[in-house]
Design a protein around this ligand. Structure first.
Ligand code: B12
Ligand code: SF4
Length: 506
């Protein structure tokens, strides 16, 4: 049985192309169990061949689609395409874990997987093998259209409980009567060393971008891979949606991480690596051990970065020094807000502004590039708190500042707050409108209107990036001139509010 693992076209994320670790892990698991599979990532494929063309030329029995909330409509569209070509469609990823029923109500979706999928996908393959002889489209009771390629997507696939579908944890499916069933959740796997490495070799790595073209020092044409050294995070920031990896932090052993890192560097020619953990430094001692092990294994000549924010309160000067020695080039921090009251009572981040200052000081002393993430327009925000955020960004002066609009993702505390008090949520929510890194405020809350949030967001970009010393710093960078048209468009959007609604930076 041939499986295609696909990521749909992204309209919200188009400035950078990173490999999709979820698909990599699923492929690793399928290969380890002897299943034939391929990865198809629209962000690097669709310019060459559409999914429709690909499936017409090269049919697959099963098409797996992955989707975060803003991409769910594209995932449904891809599922319709896949069904037209006769494939079984399985959807998984963050949005499906949060809202499985919504997708199960779509006839183009045959199965939904909730949570981490490495074990579930194998159990599905085994159940499919049991049903293989009856692989015919079964029309559900309510729908009696003749089954042709054009109407196949209207005919959801029904499954025989005798194949064991009811016991696959984390799965949503339809029984023979067309009834939607949501099985029990799958507990998070504790031992993530036992999960096969992602099938890194299956990515067309030359088509992906480097990890962040907006900072200097990284190779524009790098062979950039990402790595997950731990899963989960025990913090409960009110804006954060972490439906997949959950609240329980699970670290891989240092040896296991080093073995994967070695494979990336020595066999696959990685010239840049990004850690994408939710919180890679939760266990500070383990983080230090990992740095020491990278040095010992002579892997520190390949630059690496922390793609997402490190947690400022789990750091010390020694950690940053070790990171530098281990080859780290740049650290990112979730600063979020310059107002301690907002951090404590609204964002619930478990950090103070002083902790942020300290972490920036240590990392700069260690000669690491710094990156700061700042959020505008959280519920309870005031013009004054946003002003404090702008001032803090100027004071910290990271190499890169990402100013983002608060985005209410389902499942977060912010979502619940806004559902009670906001008028943003209509019955026909357009999920593609929920994106961070966008220039439009997503809601008004209390006395704060959208216009003020958008004005302060643009002001933040102007005040941060249009300082003479910033302009000088940017002007001497080689990549500024290599990607001049792109930067010009980004600047017009972020600084002046011109241009299309588009996500442009991380
Ligand atoms: C690294 C990362 C990125 C990277 C790379 C993204 C990528 N394509 O992998 C970059 C920086 C590009 C990125 C961009 C975005 N991201 Co992001 N990202 C992450 C992060 C930190 C880690 C992802 C990861 O590597 N996970 C590890 C792998 C193993 O897990 P996974 O990908 O979820 O896959 C597992 C399961 O979901 C499941 N699964 C997934 N798909 C499928 C499909 C099938 C068929 C099956 C069976 C199973 C299955 O099985 C996989 C293996 O266990 C997560 C936070 C998190 N921990 O989830 C946020 C996160 C996924 N991102 C998020 C968002 C919002 C985005 C953006 C939409 C940002 C934006 N502009 O608004 C874009 C969308 C990009 C895109 N096209 O997908 C949100 C999603 C929230 C939501 N409700 O959907 C998260 C959860 C962050 C957060 N806390 O808010 N992101
Ligand atoms: S934002 Fe970071 S620290 Fe906060 S809950 Fe999410 S992953 Fe954890």
């Amino acid at each position: 049985m041939k499986v295609l693992l696909a990521s749909p076209e992204s309209e919200v994320w188009n400035s950078r192309k990173h490999i999709h670790m979820g698909l990599g892990y699923l492929a690793g698991s399928l290969l380890a169990h002897g299943y034939e599979c391929e990865i198809w990532d629209a962000s690097v494929e669709s310019d060459i061949e559409s999914l429709d063309e690909k499936l017409a030329r090269d049919p697959f029995d099963v098409v797996c689609l992955s989707a975060p909330t803003p991409l769910i409509a594209q995932a449904w569209e891809a599922a319709r395409t896949a069904k037209k070509h006769g494939a079984i469609t399985i959807l998984g990823g963050p949005h499906l874990t949060l809202m499985p029923h919504e997708s199960m109500e779509k006839p183009e979706v045959d199965l939904v997987v909730r949570g981490e999928g490495e074990y579930t996908i194998i159990e599905i393959m085994r159940a499919l093998e049991k049903e293989v002889s009856s692989f015919k489209f079964q029309v559900s009771g309510s729908n009696s259209l003749p089954v042709t390629p054009d109407t196949r997507y209207l005919t959801p696939r029904l499954f025989d409980p005798a194949a064991g579908w009811g016991s696959i944890l984390g799965l949503s499916w339809r029984d023979k009567a067309g009834k939607i069933k949501h099985n029990l959740d799958r507990p998070l796997p504790d031992d993530i060393d036992a999960i096969p490495f992602p099938a890194f070799h299956m990515f067309k790595i030359d088509r992906y971008t480097n990890l962040n073209p907006l900072t200097d020092g990284l190779d524009m044409n790098a062979r950039a891979f990402t790595i997950v050294t731990s899963r989960g995070c025990p913090y409960k920031c009110t804006y954060c949606s972490k439906p997949i990896t959950g609240d329980t932090w699970r670290g891989r052993s240092v040896d296991n991480v080093i073995a994967e890192w070695e494979w990336l560097v020595k066999d696959l020619g990685a010239t840049e690596i990004g850690i994408t953990d939710d919180i890679w430094n939760l266990d500070k001692n383990r983080a230090k051990e990992l740095c020491r092990a990278l040095i010992k294994a002579n892997l520190n000549h390949v630059p690496w970065v922390t793609i997402h924010g490190m947690k400022v309160n789990n750091t010390d000067a020694e950690l940053f020094k070790l990171m530098k020695q281990a080859g780290c080039k740049r650290v990112g921090f979730g600063v979020e807000n310059g107002d301690d009251w907002m951090l404590r009572h609204v964002i619930k981040k478990g950090q103070t502004v002083d902790m942020v200052r300290q972490a920036f000081k240590w990392s700069k002393e260690a000669k690491l590039q710094t990156m700061g993430f700042f959020i505008f327009g959280m519920p309870g925000e005031t013009e004054e708190s946003m002003e404090k955020t702008i001032r803090l960004s100027l004071e910290l002066d990271p190499d890169l500042a990402h100013f983002m609009m608060a985005a209410p993702f389902p499942g977060t505390e912010m979502w619940e707050t806004l559902k009670k008090h906001g008028d943003v949520f209509s019955d026909s929510m357009d999920w593609s409108q929920i994106a961070i890194q966008d220039d439009k405020a997503h809601f008004a809350f209390g006395d704060l209107d959208k216009e003020t949030v958008e004005r302060k967001w643009h002001e933040a970009h102007r005040r941060f990036y249009l300082r003479p010393k910033r302009i000088a710093r940017i002007a001497v960078r080689k990549d500024t001139w290599q990607r001049f048209p792109y930067y010009l468009k980004t600047a017009a959007n972020m600084l002046l509010g011109l241009g299309e609604r588009e996500a442009t930076a991380a």
